[in-house]
Ligand binder design. Structure first.
Ligand SMILES: C[S@@+](CC[C@H](N)C(=O)[O-])C[C@H]1O[C@@H](n2cnc3c(N)ncnc32)[C@H](O)[C@@H]1O
Length: 202
């Protein structure tokens, strides 16, 4: 792994993921989440301060050591235990049905095989548990989607494998989740990056 990808990209990505404008999406994503939670692509833990009191323990999956370091202050300040659970959301070293909730924000775009990750989450969340997801992805407007396809190779190189053209609803559905709630719209910013999906699935 090159210097840019290891040291520069995580800092740039974490800064891009930090605007206050994203807080509303993050807050809605973790609303009423409780019990045992797994979050893959944990990044710098930007969702952590937004989790409700009912969370009893959170298992965080994050491959980047820079991100893990940047998360440490938030982990120290959390009101529940946060455990590092591994480096790869595509292959979770945890038993079946171990969690009440899985949370993913802006990470299915980057995980190399998002279908595999969504299936792994299906395996480790108990029946009756829930997936909460916020993601950017392929826009419904053909003009924007064309730009997303053009920009995708550059985005992947500069942003640690991030794709602009993935369809989070299809990924989640194909993994066997039953979507119960979807909210999709452009959020302020350049359109190829800002068609957001927030969903809940059982
Ligand atoms: C755009 S960042 C989002 C971080 C965080 N979820 C947020 O909302 O700010 C994508 C994250 O996915 C992580 N990631 C990349 N490959 C992964 C994998 N195979 N398993 C789990 N996380 C991965 C990256 O290291 C990065 O922290």
């Amino acid at each position: 792994m090159g210097f840019y990808r290891r040291h520069v990209a995580p800092r740039v990505i974490d800064t891009v993921c930090s605007p206050a404008a994203l807080s509303a999406w993050r807050g809605r994503c973790v609303e009423e989440v409780h019990g045992r939670v797994i979050e893959i692509g944990f990044g710098a833990g930007r969702n952590l301060p937004l989790y409700p009191d009912g969370v009893t323990e959170l298992t965080a999956i994050e491959p980047s050591s820079v991100m893990r370091q940047r998360a440490q202050n938030r982990i120290d300040a959390a009101s529940f235990p946060v455990l590092w659970g591994g480096l790869d959301g595509q292959q979770l070293d945890v038993p079946d049905d171990a969690f009440d909730y899985a949370v993913v924000t802006f990470s299915l775009c980057t995980i190399p095989d998002p279908d595999l990750a969504a299936r792994e989450l299906r395996r480790v969340v108990r029946d009756g548990g829930e997936l909460r997801l916020v993601e950017h992805g392929r826009a419904p407007d053909e003009n924007v989607a064309r730009w997303q396809h053009r920009l995708d190779p550059i985005e992947r190189r500069l942003a640690d494998g991030c794709h602009l053209t993935r369809d989070p609803v299809a990924i989640v559905t194909n993994a066997g989740w039953n979507i119960t709630n979807t909210f999709q719209r452009y959020t302020p910013g350049p359109k190829p990056w800002t068609y957001f999906t927030s969903l809940r699935a059982r």
